[in-house]
Design a protein around this ligand. Structure first.
Ligand SMILES: Cc1cc2nc3c(=O)[nH]c(=O)nc-3n(C[C@H](O)[C@H](O)[C@H](O)COP(=O)(O)OP(=O)(O)OC[C@H]3O[C@@H](n4cnc5c(N)ncnc54)[C@H](O)[C@@H]3O)c2cc1C
Length: 369
């Protein structure tokens, strides 16, 4: 059986690794030209996905790169009131450690044979067992797995569903080498997550493994074209910073100081999700893992679900070596149930974040009763 996986993200690589440890070959086709072709994003908190890393035989190596102190949490209100501070004790179990997405991807890539990932292969279309790439090359498959993320092209083979705007825009900015450049702000943010939740806006800062603090400035209940009307000049980082400070001018000056300290990387993102509970009629020759199957609001489930999808599809294929249809159907049954629960939970959390009393509700979430 020739297994073609499109996308060398967390879901696709975990699938390739679990197949590999079970003696099954697969080829991963990735559109990026090389492993370092672009920045790999920030931190992910890995909880239920740890099971996938165990199945992949990588859990000890994962704990070696995970940051337990990244679980620290500070929750504040826009006027600077500290509502909650949770510092992780040294000996706390690694229930939800943070890991740099680039480190986790490297761990998975390094665990595969050298020729398992074919870089520079941008999937274009597939039918009758033939894959076509953007540059005209082709490859054959018996089973095609779309692991090509939020804007999956493989998805169209199974469903007409498309991601829709969730009413949230994010501007990602960051402070490099914060301990040296801004020790006062470094102490304020701490070792993990730093959240300020307000009415219609939030600021989420997080220390990364490389000493950079990444900051997401979130705008809620926005129309799809909000960036066009926001007055943020993304092609001029200094002017963009100034406009962002203006948009948070009614907040405590410690928060606008964070924005002022950022470098010139200003990344706008408009957020989308797939319908909760999306399913499709099973086919023996095509399936999906990760965001391609169940893109959800980014509240900490997507990466874990992608890891689990990859591992559980790999195990199902290993358990039914001669019955691909049964393996795919078994995987999808479990995946639909597990990921619709996660998507429902993510949608509820998203509703909380968008509400006018988000900070108070988040405090109750962390300290019920
Ligand atoms: C560069 C990057 C940075 C990210 N940063 C963060 C972050 O900071 N925080 C966070 O919470 N989440 C982040 N994410 C998203 C998060 O990793 C995913 O939501 C989650 O891990 C789901 O994984 P996935 O395997 O389904 O998709 P992804 O991890 O998104 O991987 C999809 C892969 O498919 C490839 N691909 C897409 N289209 C094609 C095509 N046509 N042909 C071939 N390959 C294709 C992409 O290049 C990518 O490597 C990031 C994703 C990416 C790609």
């Amino acid at each position: 059986m020739t297994i073609a996986i499109v996308g060398a993200g967390l879901g696709g690589l975990t699938l390739a690794r679990v197949l590999h440890v079970n003696g099954i070959d697969a080829v991963v086709y990735e559109r990026e030209p090389s492993r370092d072709a672009r920045g790999q994003g920030g931190m992910l908190d890995i909880h239920s996905g740890q099971r996938a890393l165990r199945e992949a035989g990588l859990i000890d190596r994962f704990y070696a790169i995970a940051r337990g102190e990244g679980q620290d949490m500070r929750l504040l209100e826009p006027d600077g009131t500290l509502l909650l501070q949770e510092d992780t004790p040294e000996d706390a179990p690694l229930l939800r450690p943070e890991v740099d997405r680039a480190d986790l991807r490297d761990l998975l890539l390094d665990s595969l044979p050298d020729d398992a990932v074919r870089w520079g292969h941008a999937y274009e279309s597939a039918d009758d067992g033939v894959l076509r790439f953007a540059d005209g090359r082709t490859a054959t498959y018996d089973l095609l797995v779309g692991a090509d993320g939020a804007n999956s092209r493989v998805r169209a083979l199974l469903t007409d569903a498309r991601p829709a705007h969730i009413g949230q825009h994010v501007v990602e900015i960051g402070i490099p080498d914060i301990d040296r450049t801004h020790p006062d702000l470094a102490a304020m943010v701490g070792r993990g997550n730093y959240w300020v939740l307000g009415d219609g806006r939030s600021l989420a800062a997080q220390r990364n493994g490389d000493g950079r603090v990444r900051i997401g400035l979130n705008f809620y209940n926005t129309d799809e074209d909000w960036f066009a009307t926001s007055g943020i000049p993304f092609d001029d980082p200094a002017a963009a910073r100034a406009r962002l400070i203006e948009l948070f001018a009614d907040w405590d000056t410690r928060f606008t100081a964070l924005i002022a300290a950022c470098d010139d990387t200003v990344q706008p993102r408009s957020l989308t999700s797939l319908p909760v509970g999306l399913t499709w009629p099973s086919r023996p020759d095509v399936t999906l893992v990760g965001d391609a199957a169940h893109l959800m609001p980014p509240v900490g489930e997507g990466a874990n679900m992608a890891l689990l999808d990859g591992a559980l599809l790999g195990l199902a294929l290993a358990a039914h070596p001669d019955d691909r249809a049964a393996a795919v159907a078994e995987y999808e049954r479990e995946m639909f149930e597990r990921t619709s629960a996660a998507a429902r939970m993510s949608a509820d959390m998203q509703e909380l974040l968008m509400s006018p009393d988000a900070a108070a509700r988040m405090l109750t979430f962390f300290q019920p009763g």
